[in-house]
Design a protein around this ligand. Sequence first.
Ligand SMILES: CC(C)(COP(=O)(O)OP(=O)(O)OC[C@H]1O[C@@H](n2cnc3c(N)ncnc32)[C@H](O)[C@@H]1OP(=O)(O)O)[C@@H](O)C(=O)NCCC(=O)NCCS
Length: 235
Amino acid sequence: MRRWVVGTDGGPAVEVQTNPDHAWTELGDDDVHVWIGSLRRPPARLAALATLLSADELHRTRALPSPTDRRRFLVGRGELRLLLGRYLGTAPGAVRLIRLPNGKPIVASSAGRTPLHFSLSHSGEQVLYAVTRTGEVGADVQRFRTDVDWRGLASRFFAPAEAIRLHSAERASGRPGFYRLWTRKEAMAKADGRSLFWWLGTELSSDRTPGWRLWTWRLPAGMASVAVRIPRWAG
Ligand SMILES: CC(C)(COP(=O)(O)OP(=O)(O)OC[C@H]1O[C@@H](n2cnc3c(N)ncnc32)[C@H](O)[C@@H]1OP(=O)(O)O)[C@@H](O)C(=O)NCCC(=O)NCCS
């Protein structure tokens, strides 16, 4: 997996090539660690990851209709547990994950300890994780799809000014521009729990969305965004 460290002080994203075993020691209070990787694993690795999942996660894995979806869910959750276990200094299988009524998974934090926030997203074989102690975080990755009518989706869901800007963009920048906005909005929805559709229709600008930091990565075949909300920045 590739890892970026982004500082919520507004500095640039820095790609860091360190062994994940050491990464947790470097998560500063204002840092967000962003991990991007693949969900492909050999069968032996799948069996090892399955031993880390909770009964609920195994139940959800088995309930998925296709072998591909089962593998992707299993790897996404297994690697999530390995990552969180390193940050928390806990065995991966012992990381306590709770699902909120809206479906958002969170780490059950012990009294007196700063909570560890995380967000997970997958699209096709790509997976994205964001981990921070700073505040609520959301992550979204989307692979580019040629069968998606991005102009129609922009007109239907985005704020009118954003849709107009995308429609008038150069041919080469329209589609990436659409994915950039979509992943940012979905990341914000996943961070603060507000409806995805509310965020899609809300124009993103520093005036309208104070208290947020956003980062976006252009991937070889997709786009990834991470959003962190820090209430004290909202003034
Ligand atoms: C949450 C939602 C946006 C995820 O979209 P997606 O593009 O299909 O999938 P992603 O891979 O990006 O994200 C799925 C992961 O997000 C997490 N997740 C699920 N529900 C979540 C929620 N409400 N908030 C934050 N994270 C959530 C889970 O970790 C999930 O992966 P897992 O089931 O393998 O653990 C989607 O379920 C949705 O549109 N829900 C509609 C309800 C809505 O608007 N909710 C608002 C809050 S997002």
